[in-house]
Design a protein around this ligand. Structure first.
Ligand code: 0GY
Length: 306
């Protein structure tokens, strides 16, 4: 921890210092499509409006983890503790030499010059966060304005909400004018049936809207049965991977903000992948083809783009 910030809540869990090396070998070129950097706070101060103060989790620590887990690239998602100040994210993207792309947080008054600078640094989307314990969500009108501002850049929108909130958000999100990536399958309550009404609404959203993608990430957050198997999350994630194999992404969620049940072993999280993507083809789509299409389209041959 740096000089300027104390972790809050004080029992904040620091990320795993020595994760196991996964038994599962990711395919060449695999992308961890959901992770964060925190600070370091002394260099990139956390935002005054933040709802938690994390431990530091630097760009170098993230790239070491990437290599340790057998991944090639990262998509770094702006964490709420940095608000709309994307400097730590941009710093990490610049240092990654093309091996990381980003998802930023912006406000409606973001300037064209700011957007152009984020684009040049490798930002490919913005995040709309509806989880009330993390943010005071912007009004729909602001979000619609931001969506229209980022659309010409070819960016997409990442949305984070909890399953309870989907009915109220449904009409708003299906009207968004870009590709939309839902974090963590819309956070299903995995104690409810996988074929029950709550998850059916999320599957309907994915089924009826081809611009929607899902991250099949965060078993450690969703599970009630717990580590290291996260068995209760498997049916949910596997059903999404099998129903929408070309619109799913996976990420570690390192350094695991706000997780107070346990400290995830990132190697074990990687070992969750073959349980939800059970063939080499599904694994390649999940970890390579899909994230490359969304985040590195410039590297694809013309026949591979949508
Ligand atoms: C996640 C989940 C969480 C936090 C954030 O930006 C964040 O602060 O995303 C959470 O607390 O559920 O995706 O990292």
């Amino acid at each position: 921890m740096g000089r300027n910030f104390q972790m809050d809540p004080p029992d904040w869990r620091v990320w795993h210092p020595s994760p196991t090396r996964p038994a599962f070998t990711p395919p060449p070129g695999a992308v961890d499509a959901h992770c964060h950097v925190f600070g370091p706070g002394d260099e990139f101060p956390f935002a005054p409006e933040r709802k938690y103060t994390p431990c530091d989790a630097s760009k170098d620590q993230l790239s070491s983890l990437r290599d340790h887990l057998g991944f090639s690239r990262n998509v770094i998602v702006q964490a709420t503790c940095h608000g709309a100040d994307n400097r730590a994210l941009v710093d990490a993207l610049k240092a990654a030499n093309g091996r990381a792309k980003g998802v930023a947080t912006v406000k409606r008054d973001v300037t064209d010059a700011d957007l152009a600078a984020l684009d040049a640094a490798g930002v490919k989307g913005v995040r709309f966060n509806f989880v009330k314990r993390l943010v005071n969500t912007l009004p729909f009108d602001d979000l619609r304005t931001i969506a229209e501002r980022i659309k010409p850049l070819g960016w997409h929108i990442v949305i984070y909400f909890e399953a309870d909130d989907l009915p109220d958000l449904y009409d708003f999100i299906v009207a968004l004018p870009t590709d939309v990536v839902v974090d963590h399958m819309g956070r299903p309550d995995v104690t409810k049936p996988v074929d029950g009404a709550e998850f059916a609404l999320f599957l309907k959203l994915m089924d009826e809207h081809e611009n929607f993608w899902s991250k099949v990430s965060c078993p450690e957050r969703l599970s009630r049965s717990g580590p290291t198997e996260y068995a209760d999350v498997v049916p949910f994630a596997r059903s999404v991977v099998e129903a929408f194999p070309d619109r799913v992404l996976w990420g570690t969620d390192w350094p695991h903000p706000n997780l107070n049940t346990h400290t995830p072993d990132d190697g074990k999280l990687v070992d969750f992948i073959p349980k939800i993507a059970v063939t080499p083809e599904l694994q390649r789509k999940l970890l390579v083809d899909n994230p490359m299409r969304l985040y590195w389209p410039e590297e694809l041959k013309p026949t591979e783009t949508r």
